[in-house]
Ligand binder design. Structure first.
Ligand code: PLP
Length: 387
């Protein structure tokens, strides 16, 4: 029977689960305009404040002059431009891996990598709180999908030891997108070496932020990436890098395998080369503007200090993702709504995106927030907590 979409939408609405898009006028920034009203936003992934940077805008214009607007074809059919190629080289150098490969989005990178590496006879081991794109990739691959409790390395080891799969692939967020906490990357690498598993780390929220000069969660002193043949590093370019896209970095043979068989790489149009041109500039700013990471760290410290006395507590996080645990879904939505009435944007995140009874306000900080921006948020939270 033809499904009754209207009825299903009505049910969703009744349960308070219907979601709405808000039309943002003008550029992404800490202050954004929605339907004529200005808001102070704590809801963006533009952690370094690069999404509207004049140097990036100039690079986009320069890229358009040189390459036009559309890539015109997929990478394997004459759509792979000099700008894409230069960016891949720069990303490999920046992350310390022999090679890097650009994907259109992080979602597509995860789908493409996982399905290219494992299939029916293989097994995937995944942290329970991984990003949806990694879960979708695992299902699409048809490999056995084994999940372990969040960050529980002992549980992961038991599952790896028990498995007789042909090929094993461990997948994990490096920084968890709804928690802000960080995976124990050294323990993950050690376990994967011990059990001869491949490891895919998704550093969407760590790239540009963590590690020396923002080189990411795998920027561990003394690590030589060419000695880690089983490691794949994935990061997105639409968050801290401020533009769009994603990449995977790994050994040359792994990257070549992805070029040959990652379907979300092969069967899609290359992204506009002008974006790669902007990303080359963004990468330089990430590398050299240490003050942006310092400003971010100062903002994180200020937020933590000023919400200490609230009855809602921040989850332990040293990243720009600072979730304030509320618990009850309706209360989280109500606080988010009341903040909005005060001109502050902080999204409420509810189950099923997060576990039951852990609804939260997901505060995202940026290097571009000023001390009085954070003060405005924490003062409003204090008033709402007292009410
Ligand atoms: C945002 C995100 C992605 C998806 O990246 P896009 O480039 O936005 O498609 C993948 N993984 C994680 C952990 C993310 O936070």
């Amino acid at each position: 029977m033809f499904p009754d979409f209207a009825e299903q939408l009505r049910l969703r609405e009744q349960q308070g689960l219907r979601r709405f898009r808000q039309i943002v006028e003008g550029p992404q920034a800490t202050h954004i305009t929605i339907e004529g009203r200005e808001y102070l936003a704590f809801s963006s992934n533009d952690y370094l404040g690069l999404a509207n940077h004049p140097d990036l805008i100039r690079s986009v214009c320069d890229g358009a002059q040189r390459y036009g607007v559309g890539a015109g074809a997929s990478h394997l059919i004459h759509g792979h431009s000099a700008a894409h190629h230069a960016l891949e080289k720069a990303l490999a150098e920046f992350t310390g891996f022999p090679k890097a490969l650009l994907f259109s989005t992080g979602y597509m990178a995860n789908i493409g990598v996982v399905t290219a590496l494992v299939g029916r006879e293989d097994a995937i081991f995944a942290d329970k709180l991984n990003h949806a794109s990694l879960n979708d990739a695992a299902l699409l691959s048809r490999a056995k999908f084994i999940r372990y409790p969040h960050l529980d390395m002992a549980a992961l080891e038991r599952r790896l030891a028990e498995s007789d799969a042909r090929r094993k692939l461990v997948i994990s967020d490096a920084v968890f997108s709804m928690e802000g906490d960080i995976a124990p990357v050294q323990a993950l690498v050690a376990l994967c070496n011990k059990y001869q598993a491949l490891l895919l780390l998704d550093d969407a929220h760590g790239f540009g932020i963590l590690g020396q000069q923002g080189r990411g969660s795998l920027s561990v002193p003394g690590w030589q990436k060419h000695r880690l043949p089983n490691l794949l590093y994935m990061a997105t370019l639409g968050k801290a890098a401020g533009v769009f896209g994603a990449f995977v970095a790994a050994q040359a043979d792994v990257i070549e395998t992805l070029i040959q068989s990652a379907r979300s790489y092969i069967y899609t149009t290359a992204t506009p080369p002008l974006l790669s041109q902007a990303l080359l500039t963004s990468l330089k700013l990430i590398e050299h503007d240490e003050w942006r990471r310092e400003a971010l760290a100062t903002n994180i410290t200020q937020l933590k200090r000023e919400v200490q006395s609230l009855r809602w507590k921040l989850l332990p996080s040293m990243t720009p993702i600072q979730p304030l645990l509320v618990g009850d879904s309706q209360e989280a939505v109500r606080i988010s709504q009341q903040l909005r009435e005060r001109g502050l944007l902080v999204p409420a995140i509810r189950p099923s995106t997060v576990p039951q009874n852990t609804a939260r306000l997901r505060i995202s900080l940026s290097a571009a927030h000023l001390p009085h921006d954070i003060r405005r948020l924490t003062q409003a939270l204090q008033e709402l907590a007292a009410a």
